[in-house]
Design a protein around this ligand. Structure first.
Ligand code: PNW
Length: 458
């Protein structure tokens, strides 16, 4: 690694956690094994036209059968932490009721093996694989699903709360609510803006109901939080309409979920801007939702540049400018803009008062190829992570309480509606053979982590 990388790692405090992240449906495969029940993603990906070339998570990276090998890989990379998610339908095949012992056993073995290798597990309870039986009775639009989630969270933390310290209730509820129920590009594929806000409220409620029950089961040092996705919004010009549309987009994309979590209330003007009625709420919901969390997980990849229209558009239809002259984009079409990442971290600390932050996802998709020689050159991913870490380091120097960084992702995997066409891993997966090949970015990340360890022991 370079001189600049050495300066970079020195900005991160001793004890800073370095990790990589994955999610159950994206890597596990084995969807019918050991009593796992079906999830909404099984059904969605089996529906023609929903996922790129009909790809599904049926095999994925076969992680379910390759846990020991994948942990050796993490050890090789020198990770101090690993973020993964538990598949709700493995634990409760019907979403509620009968517990599937084999499901809990699988995650207990995974956790024990991580701990035996000195890797801290960060466990996400819900990364989008809702049990199909719960969907059949309304899924997240049904308030009962929030109670079912709290029971599931209770079951899992009763089993693993004695050894897992760090817990994430939900991953990106904005995506579950809006992509799943609003525009329908994700499971369960519903297109109903009103339903998205009902689902969003029940997701937040699920988090709020689960928090105290999880804390009661977890040993005292436990840290419970949730991961939200943020896409900072910027105005493309000085026009009044642009200013207005940029603020409205921010309200919709960024404030919808952080405001109830941080302040116990929905942001002003949200429902009016989206032309929906407020979701049905009960007394006490917002208190539960706004209860203090131990940390906020921040998922960030890009920013949006907005150009205002003369007719006020709803913020889910605002005009995004692109390509920005001189800007670089990843294979997802997402602009690489580390400065917005720095500003986001400052905002979460100063405006939302978050006292502990983890970057729970950050990374980039590029067209990686392997020609059979065990080497994958991905210089653009190295540059991306380097630049984003530089922006994070500046935030740390500016006083932001950042505790760790997880790159998305450990492995190339099932990228939701994009199937296997987008590769985010620092480790390449050859899907024909399931062989794993550490990309140049993985080797670079390893060197960076090791330099940080050396700097911290001085
Ligand atoms: C996140 N958007 O998804 C997820 O948490 C990961 O599972 C996923 O693989 C990763 O980011 C990369 O996409 C997102 O449209 C999907 O704004 C879509 C959006 C944001 C995040």
């Amino acid at each position: 690694i370079s001189r600049a990388d050495l300066d970079l790692v020195r900005a991160f405090p001793k004890g800073f956690l370095w990790g990589a992240a994955t999610a159950s449906y994206q890597i596990e495969g084995a969807i019918k094994e050991d009593g796992r029940g079906p999830s909404i993603w099984d059904e969605f990906s089996a529906t023609p036209g929903k996922v790129f070339q009909g790809h599904t998570g049926e095999v994925a990276t076969d992680h379910y059968h390759r846990v020991p090998e994948d942990i050796v890989l993490m050890k090789e990379l020198g990770l101090s932490a690993y973020r993964f998610s538990i598949a709700w339908p493995r634990v409760l095949p019907q979403g509620r009721g009968a517990i599937n012992a084999a499901g809990l056993d699988f995650y207990e073995r995974l956790v024990d093996e991580l701990l035996a290798h000195g890797i801290a597990p960060f466990v996400t309870l819900y990364h989008w694989d809702l049990p199909l039986s719960l969907h059949k009775v309304g899924g997240w639009t049904n308030r009962d699903t929030a109670y079912a989630f709290a029971d599931y969270a209770d079951i899992v933390t009763k089993r693993l709360g004695d050894r897992v310290a760090n817990w994430i209730t939900l991953n990106e509820p904005w995506c579950s609510a809006y992509l799943g129920y609003g525009c329908g590009i994700h499971a369960p594929g519903i297109q109903d803006r009103q339903a998205a806000f009902v689902a969003g409220h029940h997701l937040l409620l699920a988090h709020g109901l689960a928090l105290p029950r999880m804390r009661a089961n977890i040993k005292s040092v436990a840290q419970v939080g949730l991961s939200l996705n943020f896409t900072p919004t910027y105005a493309s010009d000085e026009r009044e309409e642009t200013k207005r549309d940029t603020e409205l987009t921010d309200l919709f994309v960024n404030q919808w979920f952080i405001s109830p979590i941080a302040h116990g209330r929905y942001p002003e003007g949200l429902f009016e801007a989206l032309e929906v009625t407020p979701p049905p709420m009960q007394d006490g919901d917002l208190e539960l939702i706004g209860a203090p969390i131990d940390f906020l997980g921040v998922n960030n990849y890009t920013r949006d540049v907005i150009r205002g229209g003369t007719i006020p558009a709803r913020p889910d239809e605002s005009v995004k400018v692109g390509p920005v002259p001189g800007a670089c984009y990843t294979e997802m079409g997402w602009e690489i803009h580390p400065q917005s990442f720095n500003e986001l971290l400052l905002r979460l600390y100063h405006e939302y008062g978050m006292q502990a932050l983890y970057i729970t996802e950050n990374g980039a998709a590029f067209k990686d190829t392997w020609n059979g020689d065990g080497v994958v050159h991905d210089p653009r991913r190295i540059a991306y992570i380097q630049e984003y870490l530089q922006a994070a380091a500046e935030a740390v120097e500016q006083g932001v309480p950042l505790r760790g960084y997880f790159t998305w992702s450990l492995l190339d995997n099932f990228e939701w509606a994009e199937g296997y066409s987008k590769r985010f891993g620092i480790v390449y997966v050859d899907y024909q053979t399931q062989r794993r090949i550490i990309k140049d970015s993985g080797h670079w990340y390893k060197a960076l982590l090791s330099a940080h360890r050396d700097a911290s022991t001085l």
